[in-house]
Design a protein around this ligand. Structure first.
Ligand code: CU
Length: 184
């Protein structure tokens, strides 16, 4: 119940801001029944490296076993190209930095978090993908946890590189190219 009301409020806010800005990119996000979240729309662009008109759709499912399943689909990106993508803590803003760090289930006391004990695809939501010849890509992930009511990811950021997994640079994926606000 709570989540539905909150998501509807978020959708309303997005609708208002979308109608107020000519460059509006995030389509009104809609939430399904309890246990689902979904958002779709044009990616907010943070540079020329992201093709104009690039779009994304994110679906999250919270299953009865306490897990979270997330799918990211993108359209209109460069063909045959690797991108990194993750769930971030804040909604999209005017700059890539506005989305904050990666959402972590267990939060690294050190920031920025590049420690693979925290910056890994089990503790974070990683959605790296490689586009096909048409610039379409799909990524899915599953993590063994769900968001708390008051601490949820709020966006998906698309990065210029696949996510690194080294001992010193885990979670790093280069520049932030685009963003979709998601009412996880
Ligand atoms: Cu990221």
């Amino acid at each position: 119940m709570h989540r539905t009301a909150r998501s509807l409020a978020t959708a309303a806010c997005l609708a208002i801001s979308a109608s107020a800005a000519l460059t509006a990119t995030a389509a009104p996000a809609t939430a399904g029944p309890a246990g689902h979240a979904r958002a779709e729309g044009a990616l907010i662009r943070y540079g020329e490296a992201l093709p104009d008109g690039a779009r994304a759709r994110v679906k999250a499912v919270y299953d009865g076993a306490g897990r979270t399943h997330v799918q990211l689909q993108v359209w209109g990106l460069a063909p045959n190209t690797e991108y990194g993508a993750h769930a971030h803590t804040n909604a999209c803003g005017a700059t890539g930095a506005a989305a904050g760090p990666h959402f972590q289930n267990s939060v690294d006391p050190t920031s920025p978090s590049t420690d693979p004990r925290y910056a890994n695809p089990t503790n974070e939501i990683w959605l790296d993908l490689t586009t096909n010849a048409a610039g379409h890509g799909v990524a899915t992930t599953r993590v063994p946890w769900q968001f708390e009511p008051t601490r949820r990811a709020k966006s998906v950021i698309l990065h210029v590189e696949h996510t690194h997994t080294g001992p010193q640079d885990s979670g790093v994926a280069g520049a932030r190219l685009g963003c979709l606000t998601v009412p996880f």
